[in-house]
Design a protein around this ligand. Structure first.
Ligand code: UDP
Length: 236
């Protein structure tokens, strides 16, 4: 079997972990993602995951409650580590070998981020979870995903969402919205489409890392993508 993508970076938002609960971590969602990721490992795909934290805390919320933005951002980054530990546990239960890496040093829980070491883990078939964001405030985990995808030489950045691709308008609000199968980086900008924040998007664009936005909740999508099936929206 031929693999279209051999080394992938999967971005999972914190929100995707909360499921229907509206907050925190939903265990059935967690198990679903773990099983989907493990199925890729079984095919010989090298999988790195960047996990978000929006199910627990976002820096932008901080200012409303009188907390300084930078402090709020650190709270958000710590939230991603909580999610990372949860995902690590679920993946290990699913039979994967996993290394949790944190951009904020926390050696009792996670390895520090050392690029060459992370790549070595991937080569050995371990799932690598990048938590702690970039380690710096004012960024998002989308930007982290773009940064790490570049650093580890990922063939593709897979952005798992609850919709099945990029639409001309928000499909949850506008019934007339149409889905794109393929877009160029230039199209995304000229059509003012919302794929990722600009910092993340620019990093991918300047370095030619393609992005696929797809429905992560549909079982089997990840496997289909790495085998070359055209699913979701490809930005290249
Ligand atoms: N964050 C940050 N720097 C980073 C990544 C994340 O400060 O490099 C903070 C930021 O406050 C953000 C929060 O962590 O709101 C959670 O990340 P994000 O909102 O990207 O999570 P997601 O939307 O993927 O759940």
């Amino acid at each position: 079997m031929t693999l279209t993508y051999k080394r992938v970076l999967l971005k999972l938002s914190g929100e995707s972990l909360m499921g229907p609960r509206g907050f925190g971590i939903d265990s059935s969602r967690l198990q679903h993602y773990a099983a989907e990721i493990q199925s890729l490992v079984g095919l010989g795909v090298e999988v790195a995951v960047v996990i978000g934290g929006g199910n627990i805390y976002r820096g932008l919320q901080a200012e409303e409650s009188g907390i300084e933005r930078v402090q709020g951002d650190y709270m958000g980054m710590l939230a991603t580590i909580i999610n990372g530990i949860a995902l690590q546990g679920a993946l290990e239960k699913a039979g994967a070998f996993v290394r949790l890496i944190s951009a904020i040093e926390m050696k009792e829980v996670a390895e520090p981020y050392i690029r060459r070491r992370a790549i070595r883990h991937l080569e050995k078939g371990r799932v690598v979870i990048f938590s702690g964001g970039t380690g710096s405030p004012y960024f998002t985990t989308d930007t982290t995903a773009a940064l790490r995808a570049n650093e580890i030489g990922a063939d593709i950045l897979l952005k798992g969402t609850r919709v099945d691709g990029i639409y001309s308008a928000d499909p949850e609000r506008d019934p007339a919205a149409t889905k794109y199968d393929k877009l160029s980086f230039r199209n995304v900008i000229s059509e003012d489409l919302n794929v990722m924040d600009m910092t993340a998007f620019t990093l991918c664009r300047e370095n030619g890392v393609p992005i696929i936005v797809f429905d992560i909740n549909e079982s089997g999508n990840l496997i289909k993508i790495v085998q070359g099936e055209e699913l979701g929206t490809l930005v290249s």
